[in-house]
Design a protein around this ligand. Structure first.
Ligand code: BV8
Length: 228
């Protein structure tokens, strides 16, 4: 196997499942009877802002009651020890990677604990239950919204992600169904640039065929074994 210097790790809801946070497309994948594709759109925010704010307030409330699990902690240890390039690209909006100690990471779909002004783009922490119409501290417009990338919106830091994928020697995907693009296409980009590709998931994902290797099982078991 050629020398591995640069690693890109993509994580999805499955890495937080053992911490007690619900995934999207598993058995409990609905929220108040809604699929994420229905609630997580600019149209839903315009049509029913109370519903969308309630959806994110509920998930933020759940977040304070859970802890990072062995998979988050193992990735944080790898991040601290790895002397090559390493980037954790999470699709998750929870803060469990940070709370486990990860540093070299980014949230491509936004963060529960952040709020965004739809008028001027200023960000702030999401304090308590921020109701629709909350004024922006920077421009005073009543436009604070969840700092979440909705369906149809451009994920964050795509240039940085594409550059890391082009340089990667190893691409690892953990706990994602491969249902949502552009994240689901990262394995193909990495492979195109010559990276080895490894998937760790509870079940084969939609993109399993693109991985050199797939390990099936809970992230809390597989990730620490892989990191060690
Ligand atoms: C964009 C917000 C363009 C935060 C989310 C038709 C074909 C292809 C693409 C499209 C299409 N129509 C529309 C699109 C584009 C669309 C898309 O991909 N739609 C899908 C549904 C077809 N994508 C977009 O709109 C994206 N933007 O394309 O912009 C553009 C271009 C120019 C200018 C402007 C715009 C934006 C996508 C982001 C949407 N936001 N979330 C939030 O609320 O959380 S997506 C949402 O689903 C989550 O963020 C998550 O990231 C994503 C994927 O879910 P997963 O993380 O994979 O979770 P899931 O439940 O699905 O799977 C969990 C997995 O874990 C399972 O496989 C399970 O087996 C496993 N598991 C469970 N337990 C464990 C485990 N594994 C290990 N251990 C365990 N214990």
């Amino acid at each position: 196997m050629h020398e591995i210097a640069n690693i890109v790790i993509l994580t999805g809801a499955g890495i937080s499942a053992e911490s007690g946070l619900a995934t999207f497309r598993g058995p409990g994948g609905l929220w108040e009877g809604h699929r994420v594709e229905q609630v997580c759109t600019p149209e839903a925010l315009a049509r029913n802002p109370e519903l969308v704010h309630r959806f994110y307030d509920a998930r933020r409330a759940a977040l304070v009651a859970v802890e990072p699990n062995a998979a988050h902690r193992a990735l944080a240890r790898l991040d601290a020890a790895w002397t090559g390039e390493l980037l954790i690209v999470t699709q998750n909006v929870d803060d469990l990677h940070e709370r486990a100690g990860a540093r070299r990471m980014l949230h491509m779909h936004g963060e529960l604990n952040s709020a965004l002004c739809a008028a001027c783009g200023a960000r702030s922490g999401w304090t308590g239950g921020m109701p629709p119409g909350t004024a922006c501290a920077a421009c005073d417009a009543p436009s604070m919204r969840p700092d979440i990338v909705f369906f149809g919106e451009m994920p964050y830091e795509m240039d940085r992600i594409e550059r890391a994928l082009a340089e990667a020697d190893l691409f690892v995907s953990i706990g994602t169904s491969g249902a949502v693009y552009p994240a689901a296409g990262f394995v193909q980009t990495a492979r195109y640039h010559g990276a080895r590709t490894l998937e760790m998931n509870l079940e084969p994902s939609a993109g399993s065929g693109y991985f050199h290797e797939t390990r099936l099982g809970p992230a809390g078991e597989l990730v620490p074994l892989w990191v060690e």
